[in-house]
Design a protein around this ligand. Sequence first.
Ligand SMILES: Cc1cc2nc3c(=O)[nH]c(=O)nc-3n(C[C@H](O)[C@H](O)[C@H](O)COP(=O)(O)O)c2cc1C
Length: 228
Amino acid sequence: MHIIAISTSGREKSNTSRILQVMLSRLSSLGVQTEFIWTGNKEIKYCRACEYCMKEDKCSQKDDYEEIRQKILASDGIILGSPNYAFQISASLKSLYERSHSLLYYTRRLSQKYTIGICVGGHSYMTDKIAKTIAQGIWLCGGYYVGYLGAVSVNRDELLLEQEKETLHKVEELSEKLFYAIQKKKKFWWQDFIRKRFLYPQVSAMVKNNRDKYPFLYQYYQSNNYLR
Ligand SMILES: Cc1cc2nc3c(=O)[nH]c(=O)nc-3n(C[C@H](O)[C@H](O)[C@H](O)COP(=O)(O)O)c2cc1C
């Protein structure tokens, strides 16, 4: 089992990264092969909306995105962490999602992968909601979200969380939930249901209507029997 954690805090020493490291450490003790990635020392340019990725199986821009994409695709589980910046996910995580537009969102490449979303805010307003949004990003790409957690930091410079002990305990519990979901290949039927009922018909119609514009996507849908 291979699980990666991606911290998208702007700071190297951050509460977001600390929570992710706690999770990876618990997972390592369960025998999981883990990897920590911090986007702060990676170059992830903004999406230019050129739609090259809808025509070819890759992004047109050259930077560290491809390396991260390959790590996501090779993993069984992905823990995504972001600070609450301006009531939203970090710009770095937003870029990562945008750059994954076709490959992950349209092509369901994250099917059979499991995720957890973590958000750390200076206060609780929106923080839980952002954590859920983070987890649902992977769900949009075909995967399952196992859980999410919003935490609040005591102050900017101290790496200390409100209700520190309880929060870190919850974080360890979430790691275990992730581990057992992957081990048992757990199905979350309501997540499958909503995807199949509302999301996939719309995406399939878009792919059919644009078969000349996006031949790669059309062929991919045909060969995977995704067309409806
Ligand atoms: C640019 C910026 C914007 C922020 N905006 C918010 C915000 O809207 N809501 C909030 O609760 N905290 C906000 N904060 C506080 C951070 O979420 C908080 O310091 C958190 O601990 C940062 O995560 P980190 O410790 O992983 O770096 C902001 C901090 C920065 C640097």
